[in-house]
Design a protein around this ligand. Structure first.
Ligand SMILES: *Cc1c(COP(=O)(O)O)cnc(C)c1O
Length: 370
């Protein structure tokens, strides 16, 4: 038998999320609500639909492997040189390309835990060590839900090629502030690349949560990851980007790029989305207003919800996490449980959030002993 590499055999098998249509059929309801993957609930932007429709006529051709038009649009939008930009088939692919570009076997990748699930997988596949730095309480007496940047700094050694800082953090929604992040970046050794994963940047409302692109200036070992999957509404098209202070970082990523992996439709859609930024901003404002309403409603129901700077909230339920998610699923609401830790709930449309709150009330009423 041909065997995969030992690290690959040990990787967990991919487990697909529940599909709302299947769930609705299974439990005999008209509609299930999916609040599991941090997508926005709005339909694709009109300009995006138009751009895709126009690009369809060209799909007998390969896409532009350099994504020249999209790269130029991103460079202009963010005030950087096109040489500082690399695009990818979703930000997850850029994470993989970073590990391929920087991690030899025996090197390490440091990150907070719990954070984005992709980080430990990257390390495994690259044959690198995953260095997990536990989260710390963001509020006095609270649950561990926030980056420990001093701990992360202490965990970085001469083998650490990459350090990820997910800000705001997935799945807890908490964010690190400017002063502490600046202090951290100033102290990280020059041979470690700090990747600020800002997949949820567009939902940040606290002015003290820094924009990674500003902090990056003058720091050649810092890069920022962003995506069109969340705020920009293109999750199904797969396109993300990296912007690095040092063009050599973007170039290293481009060298490990899977050829043609950013499709023609994705490139056209992303350019159109950038042209619709006002509409995207208005949508993000609606999402963050709902986030505050949902947070308050959950706190009223006794959940210990931290302030979120993303488009999801975290219910730190410990051992009750899997049970609550299953009970919600039985009531047609799909969330994202992390067994033994908590449940991540995406902020949906006002109607979807009302369905969630009603389902939570039902679960509570059903659990009450008469
Ligand atoms: C969703 C997400 C991404 C990117 O996702 P893509 O769809 O691959 O662009 C990156 N980082 C974090 C923390 C995310 O939650």
């Amino acid at each position: 038998m041909v065997e995969a590499r030992p690290v690959v055999r040990e990787l967990p098998a991919y487990k697909p999320g529940r599909n709302p249509a299947d769930l609705a059929r299974e439990i005999g309801v008209d509609r299930a609500v999916k609040l599991a993957s941090n997508e926005v609930a709005f339909p694709p932007l009109p300009a995006v639909v138009q751009a895709i429709a126009a690009a369809v006529a060209e799909t007998n051709r390969y896409p532009d492997n350099g994504a020249v038009v999209l790269t130029a649009a991103l460079a202009e939008r963010y005030g950087v040189d096109p040489g500082q930009v690399a695009t990818g088939c979703g930000a997850v692919t850029l994470c993989q390309e970073l590990a391929q570009a920087y991690n030899d076997p025996g090197s390490s990748i440091a990150f907070a835990w719990r954070s984005f699930e992709m980080y430990p997988l990257l390390a495994s596949v690259a044959g690198a060590r995953a260095v997990r730095v536990p989260l710390v309480p963001g509020r006095p007496g609270g649950v561990p839900d926030t980056h420990d940047l001093d701990g992360l700094l202490a965990a970085i050694d001469e083998t650490t090629r990459l350090a990820f800082v997910c800000n705001p953090n997935n799945p807890t929604g908490t964010a690190v502030r400017r002063a502490e992040l600046e202090r951290f970046l100033d102290a990280v050794p020059a041979q470690t690349l700090v990747v600020l994963d800002e997949a949820y940047r567009e939902f940040v409302t606290d002015p003290d949560v820094p924009d990674g692109l500003e902090l990056m200036r003058g720091r050649p070992n810092v890069a920022v990851l962003r995506t069109f999957s969340k705020a920009w509404g293109l999750a199904g098209l797969r396109v993300g980007y990296l912007i690095a202070e040092d063009p050599a970082v973007a170039e290293a990523v481009r060298k490990t790029h899977v050829p043609f992996s950013v499709s023609m439709l994705a490139q056209a859609a992303a350019v159109a989305a950038l042209g619709s930024e006002d509409e995207v901003r208005a949508r993000c404002a609606a999402v963050t207003a709902e986030r505050e309403r949902l947070t308050a409603a959950l706190r009223d129901r006794g959940f210990d919800v931290a302030d979120s700077q993303a488009n999801f909230v975290w219910l730190p339920l410990g051992d009750d996490a899997a049970g609550l998610a299953a009970a919600l699923e039985a009531r047609a609401v799909i969330t994202r449980p992390f067994a033994g830790e908590g449940v991540r709930v995406t902020v949906g449309s006002p109607e979807e959030n009302d369905v969630l709150l009603a389902a939570l009330d039902q679960v509570r009423d059903d659990a009450r002993v008469p």
